[in-house]
Design a protein around this ligand. Structure first.
Ligand code: MRU
Length: 365
């Protein structure tokens, strides 16, 4: 997508052919800053500290972490050490494991002196594939928005989509998952408006989704996380589209904490609840999301403190809670398949069920 009119991806290789550059998403929406990654440790830190985040981008960054590791030392020992270090960064998004497994399988069958070149080549393909996949998700999802617009034309004057967290281009290499259909619908002239959940505690909705949508000129309104149910009760939400960090073979979806409550409210109000995902976000090894998906628990300080810009332009962090009050910080929750209207993938829209997913991915293990 474009930043100040310049086409930009979230991760790329610099002209020297090996330095990796990312957008530091912890600085958005107040500052657009890019930073270089020159070591495997840089890549691991960028994932762990959420300079990059979002399931597909975590996978792409981990793949580049393997490239940087192989450039420094292409031995078998370093291959295994880099895999382990990158794998330990964040537990929930399965794209991380998918990308690392992919790279490790290729590199194990490559001579050490050719591993760095091979890793960069494969990672460039992973990134290009992610862009193509997300664009296709956008096309399939746009058709859903278009159908609602055609049916309701004139009654509401716009299609209202509610989304949670950030599943836009910043969460992927480009386009996004849940937001790709919105960009495609907007670009096709369909009047679409987005209710953006702020998404406490890290505010990916307020900081990142709102920034993206504003850059692209998509009408949107930021709401606090508890507003969605009220809007749905009053007919102000035509559909929900969210992303996912791990989808089970049975169609359960794990996404940013609070997604489950939106799905419950949507179900109670007859609002379609779609989840957009690329194939690598499906974990074919598990079927029960509640039992089998590891839920990341992050630093309680993300709950007790908040960072923002003061009126005179300084970035400040303040404490919200009484000193000594404990806080818990569960980062993700699981929405059971029965609450999901459809899974929007690059291959089309599937029912949230094992049969539905295997129908689209017959080659799956
Ligand atoms: O903790 P984050 O910011 O990495 O969480 C991101 C999300 O939950 C996204 O909705 C999910 O990764 C799908 S993004 C394409």
């Amino acid at each position: 997508m474009k930043v100040n009119g310049t086409p930009t991806r979230t991760i790329w290789v610099e002209e020297d052919g090996w330095t990796v550059r990312i957008i530091d998403q912890t600085r958005l929406p107040h500052d657009f800053v890019t930073v270089p990654l020159t070591t495997m440790d840089d890549a691991a830190t960028a994932i762990r500290d959420m300079l990059v985040r979002g399931a597909p981008l975590i996978g792409a960054t981990a793949a580049y972490g393997m490239c940087l590791a192989m450039r420094a030392d292409p031995s078998d020992a370093n291959l295994d050490a880099a895999y382990a270090a990158l794998y330990a960064t964040r537990p929930t998004a399965v794209n991380l494991r998918w990308a690392l497994d992919d790279l490790r399988a290729i590199l194990r069958n490559t001579r050490p002196d050719e591993r760095a070149v091979s890793a960069y080549r494969r990672t460039a393909d992973i990134c290009d594939d992610d862009v193509a996949i997300c664009s296709a998700i956008g096309d399939h999802g746009r058709a859903v928005i278009e159908e609602i617009w055609q049916e309701d034309k004139g009654s509401r004057g716009r299609v209202n989509v509610l989304t949670h967290c950030n599943a836009g281009w910043l969460a992927t290499v480009d386009w996004g998952t849940a937001i790709a259909p919105i960009y495609k619908a907007h670009d096709a002239g369909i009047p679409v408006h987005v209710w953006v959940d702020e998404t406490r505690p890290r505010n990916q909705g307020a900081s990142l989704t709102a920034w993206e949508l504003r850059e692209h000129g998509v009408p949107h309104t930021v709401i606090v996380d508890n507003v969605g149910g009220h809007l749905m009760q009053h007919g102000e939400v035509d559909l929900c589209i969210v992303g996912t960090d791990r989808t089970t073979a049975g169609g359960d979806v794990c996404n940013k904490i609070g997604t489950y409550l939106k799905a419950l409210a949507a179900h109670d109000n007859g609002v379609p609840f779609y989840v957009a995902l690329p194939g690598p976000t499906i974990d074919w090894t598990i079927t029960d999301g509640l039992k089998d998906v590891p839920i990341e628990q992050r630093d309680a300080g993300e709950v007790t403190r908040m960072t923002g810009r003061t009126d005179d332009g300084r970035i400040e962090t303040v404490t919200l809670t009484p000193q000594g009050s404990p806080a818990a910080n569960y980062a993700f929750d699981v929405t059971p398949a029965r609450l999901v209207t459809g899974l929007i993938t690059e291959r089309g829209i599937a029912p949230a069920s094992e049969g539905g997913l295997r129908g689209l991915y017959p080659e799956a293990p």
